[in-house]
Ligand binder design. Structure first.
Ligand SMILES: C[S@@+](CC[C@H](N)C(=O)[O-])C[C@H]1O[C@@H](n2cnc3c(N)ncnc32)[C@H](O)[C@@H]1O
Length: 470
């Protein structure tokens, strides 16, 4: 495909690479450990020396110590979470053991949840170990010198804990600020060189994640109004098919558009029934359930898979950086366009995202329907330990970009807040359906039946081409 009209692409680079991540981690670990010691010890000594708490009894001292531990624990928790975000984003952090745990878990092929646990355990173990010198110091002074009483030692520990907590909150805030600056500068992993379809499928599509439950249900509902006589385009399909099954029964043909050849190869594997291809049956089952089928039988799932294979008639290379994302020669428009997590993922820049969305909207023919899903207020999401861009958009942004093209009354926009995936870089999604129902008087008639299958599916076309070759 000729993509000569591609605009100058912004290079996207990883924040750190290889050994530099280790050097950065070791340096940051030592600097932050010494800084923590300095702040905690100083505050502990200051509280004792000030005499502010002189005269308190054992019980009060012990209660104070207990309270200081709660405070210390919350500061530690803030640092652990900030370090995890930093690890995900850059591959480096301020704790050597957290990085060791994380990198080991990656090597062992552990899931994101276990990697996180490994990093958390490493981080916590280090912080607990750092407490030991304070106990030895305070206890030693209390035991072996007359000038330091046991209560003084407890007050020192409480002061040191408070210092450590304040330091923890400050460090976590600083790391958050650092990450925000990285995002602002557009420093992300590159789709061209760092995207791994296998890692994406494993991390996000081993089971149906909450965002996909919402997205598929929303799309299934919207597809009731699809024009059954016309082909649909799934734009930026990635290596996935979970938004394709829901179109199979509702449109005449399906064209799949994707930027990365590696992703299209993953789709081809599924179309060609490669035993190693990703298993989408659970997603097909959920799609059928959303369509109203109670507990779909295995044959019904297989039937939908086969219908999808037969309905897919074209795989297209697309690029949103081009004025015409389908290619210079291809000015085609579609009655139905589905684009999930593509424009918001192709860039971390909101203005660029708006341009990309306009280009996707431009692929919809007059009176047609556009279905969109985007991560909500996310600056990046993690795949295989690398952070890819996200344009930090929400429902107001989507409304602003779609309204001029489709009109307010033709838009349905839904924001979904999610529990759970915040560690991956997002905690919500926004879904939109732009459908000019007024212009589509025939829709009710067209809803009646499943359209006949196309004469030549993609798989059959490939087979026919292969057989025709001498
Ligand atoms: C997060 S994936 C979404 C894939 C799929 N739609 C899904 O829901 O899982 C983001 C997609 O955007 C595509 N992409 C990245 N840069 C692009 C560009 N310049 N033009 C079009 N698509 C692009 C990637 O190849 C990838 O398939």
């Amino acid at each position: 495909m000729d993509v000569t009209n591609v605009e100058a692409a912004k290079p996207s680079v990883r924040a750190f690479s290889g050994a530099r991540r280790w050097v950065a981690t070791v340096a940051a670990s030592f600097i932050t450990a010494y800084a923590l010691d300095l702040v905690a010890t100083s505050l502990g000594l200051l509280v004792v020396a000030s005499g502010l708490l002189s005269g308190i009894g054992y019980v009060e001292a012990l209660l104070l110590l207990l309270a200081s531990y709660v405070f210390w624990g919350s500061g530690l928790w803030a640092v652990i979470k900030a370090n995890w975000a930093l690890l995900q984003r850059t591959g480096a952090c301020t704790n050597i053991l957290a990085k060791v745990g994380h990198d080991l878990a990656v090597r062992l092929g552990w899931s994101l949840r276990w990697r996180k646990l490994a990093a958390y355990v490493g981080n916590t173990a280090t912080e607990l170990a750092k407490e030991a010198p304070y106990y030895i110091g305070a206890g030693g002074f209390a035991l072996f010198t007359d000038s330091v009483s046991a209560i003084d030692a407890i007050v020192f520990l409480a002061g040191a804990n408070t210092g450590a907590a304040i330091y923890g909150f400050a460090l976590a805030r600083g790391l958050g600020y650092f990450l925000a600056r990285l995002a602002k500068r557009g420093i992300y992993a590159s789709f061209d060189t760092e995207w791994e379809p296998g890692a994406y499928l494993k991390e996000y599509y081993s089971e149906i994640e909450p965002e996909e439950r919402e997205t598929i249900a929303f799309f299934v509902d919207a597809m009731k109004d699809a024009d059954r006589t016309q082909p649909a385009l799934v734009f930026g399909v990635g290596p996935t098919l979970h938004h394709v099954f829901l179109a199979a029964e509702k449109v005449s043909e399906i064209h799949l558009g994707e930027y990365l050849p590696a992703n299209l190869q993953e789709i081809e594997r599924w179309l060609g029934r490669d035993p190693e291809a990703h298993d989408w049956r659970r997603f097909v089952e959920y799609t059928l359930e959303c369509e109203g089928l109670d507990r779909p039988a295995p044959e019904e799932i297989t039937f939908r898979e086969e219908m999808t294979r037969a309905r897919i008639t074209d795989l297209l290379h697309v690029d949103l950086r081009a004025e015409n994302p389908l290619g210079v020669e291809n000015t085609r428009q579609y009655a139905t366009v589905i684009s999930a997590y593509c424009a918001d993922s192709a860039t971390g820049d909101k203005a660029e995202w708006a341009t990309y969305m306009q280009r996707i909207a431009g692929l919809v023919q007059p009176g047609g329907m556009l279905l969109v899903a985007a991560l909500r207020r996310s600056r990046g999401y993690v795949v295989g330990g690398k952070t890819f861009p996200s344009a930090d958009v929400d429902e107001a942004d989507l409304q602003a970009v779609l309204e001029p093209r489709f009109g307010r009354r033709n838009l349905t926009i839904q924001a979904c807040k999610l529990d759970g995936p915040a560690g991956k870089g997002y905690s919500g999604v926004v879904l939109a359906c732009a459908c000019d129902r007024a212009e589509r008087g025939m829709v009710a008639l067209r809803r009646a039946a499943t359209p006949p299958l196309p004469a030549l599916s993609w798989a059959r076309a490939v087979r026919a081409r292969a057989e025709a070759q001498p």
